[in-house]
Design a protein around this ligand. Structure first.
Ligand code: FES
Ligand code: FES
Length: 165
């Protein structure tokens, strides 16, 4: 059996300590070890963006990282977005309202790419949105409804900030 390595990682606010093989992919660690199956795996070589998560706040592809690289870091997966079963994150709500998904396989990756994007750029142009999602592949939507959803999300998130002031 391969040597195991201890890791300690914070995911969605919870601390996990596990022993992992050096070659275990971060995406497989999330899905198979921790049951966080909202992170999807499509291409498994860094092309499709389906496995995107936040790593210390930055969007990364978890299929091209090893679990051991997450030791001591803070991650967030799509499971962290909705406050509860009845209250979606504004970005999720916008995807729902603007028909930004069909099969939904790509959606977690789009969402986790877009969370930091909208934090950095709360009023994006259409060109900036298309650039931001250029590393995420969707076989179903033709992208236009995803772009519409991001515009809607930006409006929702701005009005949330205004109404909470
Ligand atoms: S599954 Fe990671 S980029 Fe496609
Ligand atoms: S909604 Fe099916 S791949 Fe994007």
């Amino acid at each position: 059996m391969s040597e195991l390595h201890p890791i300690k990682v914070i995911i969605n606010g919870n601390t996990y300590e596990r022993q992992v093989e050096a070659r275990l992919l971060l995406s497989d660690f999330l899905r198979h070890e921790l049951g966080l199956s909202g992170t999807h795996v499509g291409c498994e070589h860094g092309v499709c963006g389906a496995c995107t998560i936040l790593f210390d706040g930055a969007a990364v592809r978890s299929c091209i990282m090893f679990a051991v690289q997450a030791d001591g870091h803070e991650l967030a997966t799509v499971e962290s977005l909705a406050k509860n079963q009845n209250e979606l994150h504004p970005l999720q709500q916008a995807f729902h309202e603007a028909h930004g998904l069909q099969c939904g396989f790509c959606t977690p990756g789009f969402l986790m790419t877009l969370v930091p994007f909208l934090q950095e750029n709360p009023s994006p142009t259409e060109a900036e949105i298309r650039e931001a999602i250029s590393g995420n592949l969707c076989r179903c939507t033709g992208y236009q409804h995803i772009v519409d959803a991001v515009k809607l999300a930006a409006e929702k998130m701005k009005s949330t900030v205004v109404s909470s002031q």
